[in-house]
Design a protein around this ligand. Structure first.
Ligand code: HSE
Length: 291
């Protein structure tokens, strides 16, 4: 009588697509939900340490919002969760928790809400559609949000696309990483990003990995966030000399996302480059190759 869902992590922005582009990553969280007499929580693994195990828990609150939206009376729940997604690193851990909670709660009551509705609800909680869209639909997504409705289209990731993340061992809150952004940008910076995000989307959709290095740069958020991740500026400038076809801050950081063409580069040099630049700034990090 319970449900279990597996939800992917995600990377947002992919450089120029601020609050627009997202990609699901092969790193997962699992959520199990069962109706119960009284609400209880089982949170497993280091990544969930310190999260509330009472009714202030995000999973619980999101589930109740699904029941309310569907006109069901609120249920007491036994909630279990395990996650391989490190928290507050720019890998969409909160988005995956939100999407998993929405999906599981909806399934528990017979799936009265559509996936599109769950996307709207998830985006309203996150205030941007890129991470939740990728966690909900998988693959690469390009999304828009008008403040109420979110819409997206899924792109199948090119088969030869290699995805490397370097995850620093410190946390950076999205709130903090958004506070450093300017309220206004110049027309030339806007054009810089619109043109690159558009070409990047088209290149990914048509498997043109050769075009990625020309369009995976950004002037809307990364330059302002560089001071929050020591070593990032140099990594963004030089990673393509070490085998990356593209390099970006993953979401709001501090994780860095490097793309590689698996036909060309084995990627060992790239991993060493990322770790050594971060190491020069006394940041320990771990690298993972994901799909
Ligand atoms: N697009 C969002 C940002 C992602 O860059 O702030 C945050 O996870």
């Amino acid at each position: 009588n319970g449900v279990r869902v597996k939800v992917p992590a995600s990377t947002a922005n992919l450089g120029p697509g601020f609050d627009t582009l997202g990609m699901a990553l092969s790193l997962y969280a699992w959520i199990e939900m069962k109706p119960a007499q009284t609400t209880s929580f089982h949170l497993y693994g280091d990544n969930l340490k310190g999260l509330p195990a009472d009714k202030s828990n995000l999973i619980y609150k999101v589930a109740q919002s699904v029941f309310a939206e569907a006109g069901e009376s609120l249920l007491e729940l036994e909630i279990s969760m395990y996650s391989d997604i490190p928290l507050t690193r720019g890998l969409g851990s909160s988005a995956s928790a939100i999407v998993g909670a929405l999906f599981a709660a909806n399934q528990l009551i017979g799936s009265p809400l559509s996936k599109a509705k769950l996307f709207d609800m998830a985006t309203a909680l996150e205030h941007h559609p890129d991470n939740v869209g990728a966690s909900l639909y998988g693959g690469i997504i390009t999304a828009v949000w008008d403040g109420i409705h979110a819409e997206s289209l899924r792109i199948e990731p090119p088969v030869d696309l290699g995805v490397l993340v370097a995850i620093p061992d410190f946390q950076l809150s999205t709130t903090k990483a958004r506070e450093v952004l300017p309220k206004q940008v110049s027309l030339s910076d806007a054009v810089y990003n619109v043109s690159r995000a558009s070409l990047l989307t088209a290149a990914l959709a048509s498997g043109r990995l050769d075009l990625i290095s020309q369009c995976m740069s950004d002037r809307l958020h990364q330059p302002y966030r560089a001071s929050l991740v020591p070593g990032m500026s140099r990594i963004l400038e030089e990673a393509t000399d070490h085998g990356a076809i593209g390099i970006a801050l993953s979401g709001a950081g501090p994780t860095l996302l490097a793309l590689a063409d698996q036909r060309i580069s084995a990627g060992t040099e790239l991993e060493q480059f990322l770790l050594s630049v971060l190491g020069e700034h006394n940041i320990t990090a771990k690298t993972l190759w994901l799909k």
